[in-house]
Design a binder for this molecule. Sequence first.
Ligand code: ZN
Length: 473
Amino acid sequence: MKKNRIIVVSLISLGIIFIFGISFYLIFCNKFYVSDFKKEVTINYKEKFNPTYGIVKYGNLFFKKDVKHNYKGNVDINKLGKYQIKYYYKYKKNRYILTQTVYVKDLEKPVLNIEGEELKYCPNGKLKTYNYSANDNVDGDITSKVKVELKDNYIIFSVDDNSGNNIVAKRKAVPNDNESPKLTLNGNQYITIYKDTFYKDQGATAVDDCDGDLTSSINVSGNVDVSKAGTYVIKYSVKDSSNNMSTIERKVTVKERYIAPPVSGGKVAYLTFDDGPGEYTNKLLDILKKYNVKVTFFVTNQSYSIGYDSAIKRAFDEGHTIALHSYTHNYSYIYASESNYFEDLTNIQNKVKNITGYTSTIIRFPGGSSNTVSRFNRGIMTRLANEVTNRGFTYVDWNVSSGDAGGTTDTAKVYENVINGINSHDVSVVLQHDIKEFSVNAVEDIVKYCINNGIELRPLTPNGPTAHHGINN
Ligand SMILES: [Zn+2]
């Protein structure tokens, strides 16, 4: 019995000591006391970050002291994201650490700017074009994300930024269609073509703000008679479903093909030389100088002519006409497209201008306007002949061929061909090539023949004879 009592008393004593110890610890032992500390904090984009320490003290239940504190970690307020901040608290040699998560978020709505208090829409329900913009503090310009819709007589504009902040604005809407369709000509408004060529109208396109594409409803009137010189007007008109009408006109001038030069009674011959300058051009210039005769050079920049630019300058300074043949003389390139052709032509025109200061507008198509080598591109010569004329160039073919392009390699034959040709025309445009020595060798006799027989030799001018061939493509 005595033994049991001792055990009971011991247990009770231990219990009392334990409770007493705990209470003593809670009341008198020192530790960190924390209140009002936020484990998670959210701040707005670009808002200043202020560390929040909460209230942290060190001490016991009755006596608490302030502690020293600081923090480590960085919050980039210019970048949305999640950041960790560590707060350090210190009292004498005792330390304590707390961690806080800081979210930098976009908390602001975008701003919508809409021009006009009352907006129009098409009677068929189609929206018109409105002037509005949307800007967000984080995403910048988000105008392209704005949704526009018509609902219950209001135009509703709404947009979300990338963080899901939404703004909606509405404007009173009234049905209205007083805008005419937009009519646009395909091709040039003013076109010049030569008589007896071919004219194909390129038409026009029409777009209406309410009805969309109205091209198929365009009414075209007027026609072009290519057999008669004159100016022709083609009229295009179109109406939208609210009867708003638009009209536009095109003027097509059909030009006489051939302007005869003032011939002083006798025959006139225009000697022309293609594909140079080249090795024999200076020799030719010497002959022409000797007899004071002026001719025309259709120049190139192909392999034969590279290195002979000074001959172009000399020919120009000595009064000859510098006309344009081709920069590359490469048929498969220049006749592949209109843009290739005009790029090549512009290159040779610029070259001549750089050498002489003169902007030449007389041209000769490689192969002549009658060539068939371009047939890999159907109709290109018809289109080019019209387009060069339209752009202010004069193209010139020939009516007397020396045969030096393949018919002969004999100087005597060249002479014979040229003289026969000149004798059978009142106005001759003679084709020779100054890159061929045997052909250049015939020139002195040709010149002498002309002088002795009262045939006037002239250089070509933009309003001189054109000797046009029939176009075969
Ligand atoms: Zn040529």
